[in-house]
Design a protein around this ligand. Sequence first.
Ligand code: SAM
Length: 260
Amino acid sequence: MGLSVSIFDLIFLKFPNLMSQLQRIAIAPSQFQQEQILLTKEQQHYLGRVLRLREGDRFIAMDGKGKWWLAQLAGEQAQVLEALLVETELPVSITLMVALPKGNGFDEVVRCCTELGVTCIAPVLSDRTLLHPSPQKLERWRRIAAEAAEQSERSFVPTILEPVAFNTGLSFANSQQYICVARGEFPHLKDCLQHKGQRTNDIGQETIVIATGPEGGWTTQEIENAIAFGFQPVSLGRRILRAVTAPVVALSLITAACEV
Ligand code: SAM
């Protein structure tokens, strides 16, 4: 498209507050056409009526797939001024398998783990899962992930997969794989992460898969199945964490070990 991707550093040097001042909106990659962004009716409403931007005002558009642009409002479209280079992603790819907690607890998991840098969230139905979500829930979780990615200035919006049975979910796992188990003599996750594996995903990143259980915990059979698929059981410490807290702690430990 002919736009520089290194200008962002220069913009930051000149306008260090640019990121905090400019509003960010997520767009679909297909909305970007010939250096224009074709805004949906909802986005026009949001930019014009909610954010009160006027013709010629600038904002940041992100496609959730790694691209950010500095854009200028021009009627029903936005003119792309610059491609921006954003380096907020972790050097590892993290897939989080979460046995769905009760109520709206998963909303919080999606929001916090997106902020922490998760790549993919796989909601799973385990033997002791109590929630069986409606199809609308998936839409809601994807919206929460997009909003949290915007808020935390990420360049990628995590993928939220459709819920599957835990044993089905195990079959797509690869690389470093851990299952968090609340009781038992298992090594702490932080000590296991010091020995990083060598297998990488298709863009050369190391990949880590981590699973956390529901309120009632995993069954013995589920833990054995996971071990058979190459998962290592790990502890997150001596206290019993809530089903909503455990994924956040696991993600925090991984980011602390891997962020450079
Ligand atoms: N009811 C279970 C029990 O009493 O043993 C506790 C389940 S805990 C509320 C929910 C999930 O969080 C667990 O299945 C596990 O994956 C994770 N978890 C909580 N605390 C943990 C810990 N200290 N170490 C590892 N995983 C933990």
